[in-house]
Ligand binder design. Structure first.
Ligand code: ZN
Length: 274
């Protein structure tokens, strides 16, 4: 979640339902009322980014929800999204909380290169960046060189980046999206998971290389019948950025392993689920 505040205020992603009380407390700590939020921009509508939006807009009663055109129907009727979340995440989805629908008249469709003028010289440019999800977008604050990548540049744990490419994943789309972000030459890159880092442009270029490396390793391995565990070992051998796994506690490790499994299935396209 990120908050941009000019004369108008925009929140980027609100998190799942279970996070909304924390989000509202954080807004109060800034001395703001939820009614002062003008836009909720959703990088995509996966449950951990947007599951709580139906709840949030009751408090943020003046906010428009801006999302990719492919996300619109899921926001109005979240049944398919909820079932997919349960299937992909199991108990984690239950902990996140159910997904409430958003009234149609609160939703606006975000288009490529759309400019969101927030006043006081602050403008957010929106770029459609399919890959991690077909309904994915990123935002760029050109005046400050800050890119809010969502998950188009991977996920970051204590500085270490890994792909997050759940099925159905299209490598070509993801690579085009990264190229689109590279042309923006961001100074700072902010990940949805987690944190903002300098050397944004370099991070994007490295992520593109990493995605191609993972794709090659995973597809060569699946061609000779390697299983998920063996593929993970191969990835850990060739990509030291996965060393962050050693620092996780048992629960965190189990969660990461599930997400890495989905990432491998997405990149392979043809790996059999056990
Ligand atoms: Zn996601």
């Amino acid at each position: 979640m990120y908050l941009f505040h000019g004369e108008k205020a925009a929140i980027i992603d609100v998190g799942p339902k279970s996070a909304i009380p924390h989000l509202l407390s954080a807004i109060a700590e800034l001395g703001m009322s939820p009614k002062e939020i003008d836009y909720i921009v959703l990088t995509h509508v996966h449950i951990d980014h947007a599951g709580g939006v139906g709840m949030a807009i009751r408090e943020m009663s003046n906010a428009k929800v801006l999302a990719h055109s492919r996300a619109r129907s899921h926001l109005i009727d979240p049944k398919v999204l909820w079932e997919a979340s349960l299937k992909a995440l199991g108990d984690i989805a239950i902990k996140y909380g159910s997904i409430e629908s958003v009234p149609e008249d609160r939703i606006a469709v975000a288009t490529d290169q759309m400019q969101l003028e927030l006043g006081n010289g602050l403008t957010l440019e929106i770029y459609l960046t399919p890959g991690h999800a077909t309904h994915h977008l990123s935002l760029f604050d050109r005046a400050n060189g800050v890119l809010i990548a969502g998950e188009a540049a991977g996920v970051c744990t204590d500085g270490a980046v890994r792909p997050n490419t759940p099925p159905p994943f299209k490598l070509e789309d993801a690579l085009s999206s990264i190229d689109k972000l590279i042309t923006l030459e961001p100074q700072k890159l902010c990940y949805a998971h987690f944190g903002c880092y300098d050397n944004g442009l370099e991070r994007l270029k490295l992520y593109k290389e990493q995605l191609l490396l993972w794709h090659n390793i995973i597809n060569s391995a699946t061609n000779v019948g390697k299983n998920l565990e063996e593929i993970l070992l191969l990835l850990r051998e060739k990509d030291r950025s996965l060393d962050y796994l050693d620092g996780l506690d048992r629960d965190e490790y189990a969660r990461e392993l599930a997400l890495l499994g989905n990432t491998i299935y997405g990149l392979a396209g043809s790996v059999q689920k056990p």
